[in-house]
Design a protein around this ligand. Sequence first.
Ligand code: FES
Ligand SMILES: [Fe+2]
Length: 383
Amino acid sequence: MTTTAQRVAQRTPPPRDPSWRPQPTLPGGDYHLASVWERERERLFGREWVCVARDEELQSPGDYVVRDVAGESVIVVRDADGIVRALFNSCAHRGTRLLDEGAGHVRSGAIVCPYHAWTYDTRGRLLGTPNVHRDEGFDRASHPLSSLSLQVRAGFVFACMADEPPPIDAYFASNPEGDLIRSAERWHMQDLRTAHRIVYEVEANWKIVVENYSECLHCPGVHPELVQLVPLFRTGNVEDDDGAELADGAWAFTRSGTTNRPMLPGLHPEDRNVYLGNVLYPTLMLNLHADCVMSYRLEPRGERHTTIVSEFLFHPDTIARGDFDPSDVVEFWDLVSRQDWAVCERAQLGVTSKAYASGGVYPEKDRSVWDFNERYRRSMGPR
Ligand code: FES
Ligand SMILES: [Fe+2]
């Protein structure tokens, strides 16, 4: 456990690493070429664990959400036994998309194809095939919906399209910033509930969004309000695993630095005035505060567009209070988010330049961006 004294010491920027030498970024084409996006779909999003939802979105059997995982439409549904499952959103008859993107509830526990009305249960088993009969030699049991592997951790639902997915806990342990699910255990995120959601449509490659999140060289210029709240960010440093200390007297991620919400149960006293933010590779970012958690879940929509879902999670007892009002943290985060998306979109415009074809450079304070790129290169394999 980190002591308060150590945390206070983080106000002082961490010492330089004398061994660091400027490192190359990814080449420009990685941010805008359709061929790279196609390889990512196959090698990265087709094989790794991707966060697709919060478990709480599927309260009752039959509740579902339809999510886009790098161009693959996926149904996440709570089945009749209460188990959350992920199914490819493609009919086993002639491939028709079964459900539209969004959230809903399948009536009578049946997913009915809008084309020829083949009917599946919430486990993906084919139950009904109007006008197609068993005496044709047609065996329904041989034509279920294809499914994805699914695991729930800390209330987040992760799906993997690989036939043999990597063991999920080992997968998290290999995260560039460490196993965030484990290090955030005391936030008890499985018990928290979403009280506010903002969906952003950002004209930038998903990696630009992750890279922007991973560094703070941009903070003094882009986030004048944020650097008042987190003085460390003025120096261009990002926090390490122990987080970044908030300004004197501040303990909430709001303009005033305070809030009327209580601290989350289970946190240590020294968590009170610290902000901890990390990327759970590839597309989930968790921002841990003393009174709430804000998650960004990225949905890459192609080589130049990312949907970003920002969700604000609070303790249910806090939400139930008569004076509950999340607008202080929502407004502050929304301000910071929009500042970020503006520079991400600007970066997207520039990386398509001929001049950037071979990429740019990472100084030491871009180290976390480099770590993300190293992990990305491992996912993608040889070019
Ligand atoms: S394509 Fe779905 S029932 Fe025919
Ligand atoms: Fe930022």
